[in-house]
Design a protein around this ligand. Sequence first.
Ligand code: NAP
Ligand code: MG
Length: 494
Amino acid sequence: MTSPSTAAFLARRHGHWIDGAAVPEGSEGEIVVLDPATEAPIARIAAGGQAEVDQAVAAARRALNGPWGDMPHDERTRILLAFAALAEQHAGTITELAVLDNGMPWAIAESCAPFCAMFLRYYAGWISKISGQTLPSAALGKKPSQLHAYTQREPIGVVGAITPWNYPFGMEMLKIAPVLATGCTLVLKPAEDAPLAALLLAELASEAGVPPGVFNVVNGIGESAGAAVAAHEGIDKVAFTGSTEVGRHIVHAAAGNLKKVSLELGGKSPVLVYPDANLETAIPGVALAAFMLQGQNCVCGSRVFAHVSIAEQLARGVAEFAASLNIGPGTDPKNMIGPLISARQRDRVEGFFSSAAEEGARCMGGGARVGERGYFVAPTVYTDCTPEMRIVREEIFGPVMAIQTFDRETPEELAARANDTNYGLSASIWTQDLRTAHTMSRLIDAGQVGVNCHAAMDPSMPFGGFKQSGWGREFGADALELYLRTKAVTMAWD
Ligand code: NAP
Ligand code: MG
């Protein structure tokens, strides 16, 4: 049962959040938000495009030039901490919205509010530590004693953020918290398939004291509202999370005013399982690396390399573990596998089931849709996979694991196989041997490596991709760099 507060939120007429107020009208029709577990409409959102982005950018510019950009750090820190507290107070609604909007299992949805609060607190702590340097300049033929030379870190300006649907509260907070901490202002375009999180977060931010215009949301489709953000002359920086394909569009669109760009893109992450791995923990760990959020996550460990001596045991173990996970709506907390986001995504994943069968992969479990209603597919394990298969090469964004074996390869040879992809986001290595762990961690081309764990996330640990998985790093102090610019000031006495 949906709680009264969540039901009231869903029933409201939604659209955008611009200049500190809800804007329930839109210039580009309507987005009908579906619950992917039931296919039932749960909310309606007015869609916007260029006109709304223009208004939001104007509001963001005014706010940047107003008190926000120059606010004393203690005041801004208090606002972020208040925002964190509000996220915790509204944990119930956040959990329910995450389940209904995105379809995620309850246990993962429950992580959304703490995730938001933790990120806000982490970046609140940075606000008072953002500083430049005093430097011993001897420019102009003078001595350092005759000059005062220093750098200052300034907010980069108006930030446009474009986010995906797969973990909406989290993906959005990864932009919101460092943007607010650095004193920038924001125009956020959430994914049309999961637009509710951003609206609730904007309301909570406002209640916490974030001034009007600092944090704006424009809902709409990617090709219109998203493209308007990416190309906007009034936006100084665009921070994008989504597919590599759309990431390329963003880069082209950003070229007009040469706005700065950061990209968190797709992945096809390798998982290396050695014969000395502790299979008791590796089997569930490897299974969850691939099946968490129905595989709809960028770090999904979908490309497994298992030593030939344990490959069959691993495959069976993972298939058994997967079969033990209840599949069904996230509203029932015992369900650990929810639906895919949309019929389109379900059809796409089914296309991979067909290609796997045609290309000769052996299915150890799953490989089909589940139930009549909702976009459910079973977690799926393939063995006998070869490097040219589509399930091995392409990002699926579904619960599909492709297992290949290795035998006597040198570390360099195995790394070359693991690195044989255009992506480079995440990887994991399952072994009890320190030498293997260190050697392979160095050789793997990925921005994130886990040893006996996959995709460990902490606010302090930078996250982002090598190769075509992205530009820049979110999380940690690195994320501040995305939203700051450095000014060098040299002052001579006369
Ligand atoms: P997507 O199709 O690339 O969409 C991402 C966002 O871009 C959405 O808001 C989308 O709007 C918008 N968009 C689409 N076309 C656009 C255009 N021409 N100009 C500007 N914006 C545009 O990705 P998705 O299907 O939502 O999410 C899945 C992808 O995200 C996967 O590839 C996954 O690996 C990646 N991802 C990466 C990370 C990471 O941190 N590296 C995290 C999560 C997901 P619409 O919703 O209207 O299409
Ligand atoms: Mg999309």
